[in-house]
Design a binder for this molecule. Structure first.
Ligand SMILES: CC(C)(COP(=O)(O)OP(=O)(O)OC[C@H]1O[C@@H](n2cnc3c(N)ncnc32)[C@H](O)[C@@H]1OP(=O)(O)O)[C@@H](O)C(=O)NCCC(=O)NCCS
Length: 161
């Protein structure tokens, strides 16, 4: 099932297809995979504990942590199989990633979710869901959203966290 996954971006498809064979991936990484028993993998994502350098952080993040790098949750991979794109699965899966990040932040400190958008389309998708540029003009696809904004989004869906 995993081997057929194709989101249209080889690097991101391979991440799910090939790393599944790697012991380090099996033991360390935690992919969240949306599967339909009949059609296979619909999409997946990976979250990683990370931190954003204070000097690279926009004012709202820098204000949270005046001395050190800002603990964050990095969306290391995020993709929907081509057969299912444009039907709302990406938005649903991102909501799931928000829930996972908000739950993890109850135990491991995190103030934001950050990511590197693969291209303009992915960037537009994430901006529509509340992400903003981290602010480095040379890296316009580096985006973040505050955990407090994620929690506010989740409030609209009831008791999810
Ligand atoms: C970016 C990505 C994850 C979005 O997933 P998706 O399932 O297509 O996302 P959604 O369907 O929720 O939203 C995408 C579009 O479909 C539209 N849409 C949402 N639900 C819809 C529905 N029921 N019917 C028709 N259109 C719908 C949205 O308005 C949105 O509009 P757009 O065409 O202007 O982008 C997906 O395109 C992908 O995997 N791309 C390749 C890998 C990649 O770039 N990953 C991100 C790395 S940062």
């Amino acid at each position: 099932m995993r081997r057929d996954f194709d989101c249209g971006v080889p690097e991101i498809s391979d991440y799910l297809r090939d790393r599944g064979n790697n012991a380090a991936w099996r033991n360390a990484a935690k992919p969240w995979v949306a599967v339909d028993a009949d059609v296979g993998v619909i999409g997946y994502y990976v979250l990683v504990a990370s931190r954003i350098e204070r000097k690279k952080a926009p004012a709202d993040l820098a204000a949270i942590e005046p001395l050190h790098a800002i603990p964050s949750t990095y969306l290391a991979a995020f993709a929907i199989d081509r057969r299912f794109q444009g039907r709302g699965y990406g938005s649903d899966l991102l909501l799931h990633a928000f829930i996972t990040a908000a739950n993890a932040a109850r135990y491991v400190n995190s103030y934001a979710m950050d990511l590197h958008a693969f291209d303009d389309r992915a960037r537009a998708f994430h901006v529509r869901h509340g992400f903003r540029p981290l602010g480095d003009p040379r890296r316009p696809n580096d985006l973040y959203i505050l955990l407090q904004d994620i929690r506010r989004t989740l409030e609209g869906y009831g008791d999810l966290v």
